[in-house]
Write a protein that binds this ligand. Sequence first.
Ligand SMILES: [Zn+2]
Length: 336
Amino acid sequence: MPTCTVRDVLIPLLSVYGPAGQEQAVARHLSDLLRPHADETRTDALGNLITIRRGKPGGKRILISAHMDHIGFIAIDADKQGFVRVANAGYIFVPHSQGQHVMFGNGVRGVVYAEQDITGNPEMQHLFVDIGAQSRDEALAKVAIGDVAVYAPLVSALGEHRLAAPAMDDRAGCALGAWLLLNAPQGPNELVVLFSAQEEVGGRGAKVAAFALEPDIGLALDVTDTGDTPGVKPKMAVELGKGPAIKVRDSNLIASPLVRDALVAAAKEAGVPYQMEVLTIGGTDAGLIQLARGGVPSGALSIPTRYIHSAAETIDMRDLEQCGALLAAFAARSFD
Ligand SMILES: [Zn+2]
């Protein structure tokens, strides 16, 4: 029986600072949590955290990846009035970022806004972060070139079942991977749960880990878009609260039928609803894992999420808990 819910694991993870390349605090949090429960816990040269639950002889090695990093704004300069100029670290929706509160790794707070004298929609080059400084020297004494700000942590409960927070992508996936290791008994397969670094800048952590770990099967745990909010385009069939999404295809992956069908079978075994997902823009670590060495059959279990890459990424906790049940059934399957 589970000793904790996925929600229990998720909530503290949502406020840990960790833009791409600076995932150390997230890795520390997760390794402290998981070391007593895992057969092996280690980090690698890119900052990936690798945790292993050994299986039985003859079982498959399943690489289950969730990324620790979240999107941010990297300081590239400050102007003479003290506004920090920024570039994106991962994909930022510029129109959504105006008026948002951000936080640098050293705790300095700021707000994002855009130049007002431009014609048309603002682009990244028009954004600045106001940290309350009144000169370039004052700004650069607080924030160094290369420091990265992330959307300030704020978790809002929306109704009874839904949570909005900036770092759902992909701390929701990290919570699932950690929950699995905390709760899964030894089964037929070796479970290698990878908390990957630098996904938001191109899946760099998963790429090297998949090469080194030589998995038989790859699975990403990540968020996916929904088609259930006003005027959303392109339309997709996934809705919040309708259960876990099983990926068919996205920008960098055509899911292996082996993995896709096993996820469907696992959903039925676990008695949870599921939705099939075709995502037209965006990808996950699974796209990198499938290309390791001679190729790895790979797929993804996705958490339906509204407003991805904004400060208000919103999930339904029933979907997340059902993802946990589906994942546990998948991990316990025999793939012979
Ligand atoms: Zn993600």
